[in-house]
Design a protein. Structure first.
Length: 411
């Protein structure tokens, strides 16, 4: 085969690379007629891809003479060519094939990182929040006073009976920060506990919300629907304690509170591609340690396997084959043992965004992975669920929702 001119050879390589990037199943290239500014070439398909660079028509004739392009037809839009097998062989011969790189074995830590060893379960977080709410509301009630909303004047002959007879008196300026802190903590407790109930025992939500109104009546002042129901500070403190006790009893009755404690790791796609040797991750001495791969991760790996570049595609394919090998040991939906106390599990369940915190985009891949991890934390209340990711933005989202995270580079 004749040696092509450098410019023509580069044109051929650009065409083939562009074809692979657009769609490996597109066989044709369309070339406009050469003019004063040269020719333009397009990849033919449902979404044609145009290349900005202009080239003289003679280069295409040279490729055709070298039997690298075969002319198909010509119409008013241009001339259509298809690549011959020799074109792909030529590219393989003139380009340096990617050298397989064996990643250097890195030294694993002797102990799990602090993000793992100090991770707390969702149940522990809920107990901490409830205790914090009780302390915040108690401190606020202690510096508060109650007053009649419509005081009756003796001897006036007018008696006012109100459905909301009591109101909170104006707080002293130095005590107003207590009100803001108590409201923020109370709303966080109510929102987090509601999610746990919505996932496992939605029938308990009405009772929980009714008790929640008692808590909100202390830290949201000025709303008649949340007026204090007692005329004394001691009475309001007793009602708050009773409401919190009721809500904590509901949380303690959830099915997930009876499970033995362990650790659950949910890796995102990039974490697995960066360190696919999950059997070697240093996860601690918890029993069991479960690595759960949500459906969105498997979907993304399948996509990378087909459309990824020369570096990503082999890793994704290797991970998919590894998961299939795990399934030979048992049902991965139930969990199969890897090494030591580490269990591998896949989940085919798509998270229900309607039951999860606001701010998660159900059409965003990272948010789907995060939603799966959050839902697991509400199902397995006694086990810390840790998101394994190197994505800083995803880590920040998880922290906002009280979900522990760890960088795969630290395992």
């Amino acid at each position: 085969m004749m040696r092509l001119l450098p410019a023509t050879e580069q044109l051929l390589l650009s065409l083939l690379d562009g074809l692979d990037a657009a769609d490996p199943h597109l066989p044709e290239v369309r070339v406009t007629e050469g003019g004063r500014m040269g020719s333009r070439y397009w990849l033919k398909g449902p979404q044609p891809r145009a290349f900005d660079e202009r080239r003289p028509m003679a280069q295409f004739e040279e490729l055709r003479a070298a039997r690298l392009l075969r002319r198909l037809r010509k119409d008013k839009t241009g001339t259509y060519y298809s690549f011959t097998p020799a074109a792909f062989d030529y590219r393989a011969a003139v380009t340096r094939p990617p050298q397989p790189r064996t990643p250097a074995a890195r030294r694993r830590p002797d102990e799990p990182p602090v993000e793992v060893s100090e991770a707390r379960s969702r149940l522990d977080q809920l107990h901490d929040l409830a205790a914090y709410v009780e302390a915040q509301l108690g401190a606020l009630i202690e510096v508060s006073r109650l007053a009649e909303r419509h005081p009756n004047q003796p001897g006036s002959g007018i008696f006012i009976a109100s459905a909301h007879p009591w109101k909170w008196a104006e707080l002293a300026p130095e005590h107003r920060p207590l009100l803001a802190r108590a409201r923020k903590t109370t709303e966080e407790w109510l929102a987090t506990a509601r999610h746990a109930l919505a996932v496992a025992m939605p029938e308990e939500l009405d009772r929980f919300n009714e008790a929640g109104e008692t808590l909100l009546s202390v830290c949201i002042r000025g709303d008649r629907n949340l007026s204090p129901s007692s005329g004394t500070v001691a009475g309001m403190q007793a009602e708050v304690t009773a409401a919190l006790n009721l809500q904590q009893a509901q949380i303690s009755a959830l099915p997930g509170t009876d499970e033995p404690a362990g650790l659950i790791f949910v890796p995102d796609t990039n974490a697995l591609l960066a360190d696919p040797a999950i059997e070697e991750w240093v996860l601690g001495d918890f029993a069991p340690v479960t690595i759960v791969v949500p459906p969105q991760v498997v979907t993304e790996l399948d996509t990378h396997k087909v459309r990824g570049n020369d570096r990503i595609a082999p890793k994704a394919d290797s991970l998919i084959r590894r998961f299939k090998e795990y399934s030979r040991r048992g049902n991965t939906l139930d969990g199969v043992k890897l090494v030591g106390n580490t269990v591998f599990r896949e989940t085919a369940h798509t998270p229900n965004f309607d039951l999860l915190p606001d701010g998660l985009d159900r059409n965003h891949g990272d948010d789907q992975i995060l939603a799966s991890a959050i839902e697991l934390s509400f199902v397995h209340l006694t086990s810390p669920v840790i998101l394994v990711t190197r994505d800083r933005n995803l880590q920040n989202k998880a922290r906002r929702l009280r979900l522990p995270t760890v960088d795969v580079a630290d395992l």
